[in-house]
Design a binder for this molecule. Sequence first.
Ligand code: FES
Length: 317
Amino acid sequence: MEPQRVATAPTGSASYGGHTWTPDAEQREAGWKVPNPSDDLQGRQASRADGADADDVIEALSHVVLGVTNLERSEKWYTEFLPLDLIGRNLTAEDRPHSVLQTNRGQLVILVESDQVVPLRPGTMGMHHSFALTPNQYRRMVDRARDYGYDLVNLRAVRMAHGEYEVTIPDPDGHSVEITTSGPEVGEILLPGVGIVDCGPAEKYRVGDVKAFSEGRFFLVRLKDGFLALSQWCTHRNGLLTYQRAHWQFWCPFHQATYDRRGEITGGPSEEPLRRVPVTISEAGHVLVNAEEIIQRDCYEPGQAVAYSSRQGVSHG
Ligand code: FES
């Protein structure tokens, strides 16, 4: 990675996330100085609610440089097909002919003309770049891709959450360009259409047990407080959760959200705990879960669990 060019900065070394960077003599002569981001980063750290160390935070990707064999052809593709804004040609210190393009969020894509470009080395996953669009932009892009005669493929279809969409398209040099969007379905409340599910005798569950009922899309958890049923749909973007017994947690494979057995967030991008599904205990002592009613909540409270003891039956709910 190239060192950062800054207008005012002390000389010497700088530390970033435990790494020390010192420019060599050639870099100093060329005008590179040690960046001093401390004031800016302290401000950002203070604004971070999760208290993460600002040195570990990358706020945004600055730019991507791509080798292309025909600058004009690629410039046209990236501005007309993708479409990015063209800022201009040959605007950086790069010796070779290049075009600087920009996303509407300000990240730069720099196309540099080279004789030879190897977009995908045999036997490797290669590098791809991914652009996140709004649903309408995505629809227009897919239409354009069809007009351009692309055979649209989704290489990750099985690993996508409900409501996420993606296609992968090669640019004129064969670089993989991934286009993604999220539809409103990512926040939809999904009902399984199976009605009330009989989970069997309450007595057979011990405190600590978690059982998945896939047809009803819920987990039944027996806590000390009682029975709690939790929707299996991740509250981040409707990914389907799995229970990791060894870690006593629910885990979403799509963007790595984790939740404890009360459904409270313990990690990842979710901002809401898991949704609750109402539980009752029948006269016969069976646990019944109404899979057609999903309850959103801010946090776990003991009253959400249906207490049960084999001698007393249901004590509250
Ligand atoms: S869908 Fe994103 S973390 Fe679950």
